[in-house]
Design a binder for this molecule. Sequence first.
Ligand code: PGA
Length: 268
Amino acid sequence: MMKRQLLFGVNLKMHQTPEESVAYFAAAAATPADGARVFVAFPATSLDAVASFARDHASQELWIAAQNMHWEPEGSFTGEISAEMLAAVEVDLVILGHAERRMLFHETDAEINQKVLTALGHGLRVLLCIGESAEDRGFDVSEETLLRQLKIGLHDVPDSAVNLLHVAYEPVWSIGPEGEPAEPEAIAPAAAAIRMALDEHFGAAGQQVPILYGGSVTPENAPEFLATPGIEGLLVGRAAWSIAGFQETLASVISLGSRHDAPLMTGD
Ligand code: PGA
């Protein structure tokens, strides 16, 4: 039986100039990860500079991620970035459907599905983010919302793309400075529902898709999240916006990296 590889992702959101991002990347790539797969989602304007730096320093351990993309290959879409553009700067992964994109920029499940299909079609790894709102939780329809977002997000995704796919469970009410960290007792059933839907979509191969938790992760609570059944990685926001915060949060979990047995191996 193979061990799961711990996934540790950082979402820098709208922070850092290219110069700051290169410094962050250099420090993050030099931080011992003890076999964990680390990725950092930089702002779009930093991607090229970070990827060039990674090439020049033969640094391939840390994945470079984008935070969003458009599904069309080109056209009159002011302010948007295509999958081709991300692939051209050798991005390793793209975050799609983040709660802030859904809420603040009104992205729909159907649009996110188009993005997922396009990104996978270009060989980009995808981190599909899903999560219920506080209102959903209040009306006890969290699972319905999660499954709706997941099923529409994955509609028409072929089995051949399963190895590129990652899912982040990020309850909307847990994200950002106003957010409260989710209780592990609430996360485990959500992860189980997500896993079941992945199995329905992909069959046994669905087991390969890692499920991450995100929302108010800190060095203090990260080990508990990672100990939650069904959670194989973390997506960290503000706690890791400084390199000191990144290092402290990563250090809090790397010793737990291989605690989950799994029937199939992920990562490489
Ligand atoms: P947070 O952000 O850790 O600052 O809550 C997480 C995210 O948005 O992915």
